[in-house]
Design a protein around this ligand. Structure first.
Ligand code: AFP
Length: 341
């Protein structure tokens, strides 16, 4: 990339400008989605700042420590949840919020209600905070039809009904990846401007990949197709080179790398966790939505991930997502298993 040219670029495509451009393609649009997204972006900037200071917690009293005034400070995941709930409610554009942090869904009071339901994990990968590894916020958005009283069924919907999904990664840079159903675009926070700038337009995942990403510590409990796939990654029999293993244990970071470099991310079912670990509404669906929009695939071991119908807001599902050809291979292995049975 020509960074010297970047330094002289003066016509910046900010995320706000990008979304307003998209909105102008729909003359009937009332601008509600742009307002909602602005509030999500604000939440991401707030959390980014808090995450960047996390390493100083002991020194200045943040995130679970006692500060100089002797006050107990909030843990980052609790703080992030509060930030997003407040930002989303105050947007005046939401009606139901489902957060990984809250057992029950939040129904927004009538006077502040809008048409959107937002499902989100405010700080995914939070067990990685203390060692400074990349973590992120994941979100998905559904829309409730006008004039209808929102109920929990408005969020217990297949992922294919989402109108937008994205994540913000708090890593070596702060990157927001978004799809509104017409491709995937990536924006990087310019800290000096406080703006997300379009840096990764129209992201397409490579059709094949050289990297697999999985917690191999669970291998003894895997089912046959997962075990066979990973064995093939390490000891290919078709003359292709072995794949590299990369696993951070922070879904946003592992999926972001998969999206940009290609390959596969898997969190399969195993004997101990027959439904896998990852949550359908705010981990599996948004990431599957982005993968499909980027030309990849997302599969549960039984079906297209976005066709799943969650029964409860915190349901889990196994997930295999990434490059088209890699997921195709996994699908073939599961299909062969079904045939055998
Ligand atoms: P934490 O939020 O508890 O760190 O969990 C992160 C996560 O939900 C997801 O981001 C990772 O992909 C996955 O769990 C890692 O799980 P394992 O530690 O079992 O590999």
């Amino acid at each position: 990339m020509d960074h010297s040219a970047d330094a002289h670029r003066t016509d910046l495509m900010t995320i706000t400008r990008f979304v307003l451009n998209e909105q102008s393609k729909y003359p009937e649009s009332r601008g509600d989605f742009s307002i909602l997204l602005n509030h999500i972006v604000l939440g991401c900037k707030f959390v980014c700042t808090a995450v960047n200071k996390a390493g100083l917690a002991k020194l200045i009293g943040l995130a679970g420590e006692t500060n100089v005034q002797g006050e107990e400070q909030k843990k980052l995941d609790v703080l992030s949840n509060e930030v997003f709930i407040k930002a989303l409610v105050s947007s005046g554009r939401t009606c139901i919020l489902v957060s990984e942090e809250d057992e029950e869904a939040t129904f927004v009071e009538r006077s502040r209600r809008g048409r959107y339901c937002v499902v989100f994990d405010p700080l995914d990968g939070s067990s990685n905070i203390d060692c400074g590894v990349s973590i992120g916020t994941i979100f998905g958005i559904y829309m409730v039809k006008d004039g209808h009283e929102p109920t929990i069924d408005d969020v217990l919907q297949p992922g294919k009904n989402m109108i937008a999904a994205g994540y913000c990664m708090y890593g070596s840079s702060c990157t927001l990846v978004l799809s509104t159903g017409t491709g995937v675009n990536g924006f990087t926070l310019d800290p000096s401007l406080g703006e997300f700038i379009l840096t990764h337009p129209d992201i397409k995942i490579p059709k094949k990949g050289k990297i697999y990403s999985v917690n191999e510590g669970n291998a003894k409990n895997w089912d046959g197709p997962t075990a066979k796939y990973v064995e093939k990654c390490k000891f290919p029999t078709d003359g292709s080179p072995a794949k590299s293993l990369r696993y951070i244990g922070s879904m946003v970071a592992d999926v972001h790398r998969t999206l940009l470099y290609g390959g596969i991310f898997l969190y399969p079912a195993d004997k101990k966790s027959p439904n896998g670990k990852l949550r359908v509404l705010y981990e599996v669906f948004p990431m599957s939505f982005l993968m499909e929009q980027a030309g990849g695939q997302a599969f549960t071991g039984k079906q297209r991930a976005l066709d799943l119908l969650p029964a409860k807001i915190h349901d889990r599902s196994p997930i295999f997502l990434g490059s088209y050809d890699e997921v195709e291979e996994i699908k073939a292995l599961y299909a062969a298993e079904v045939k055998k049975a």
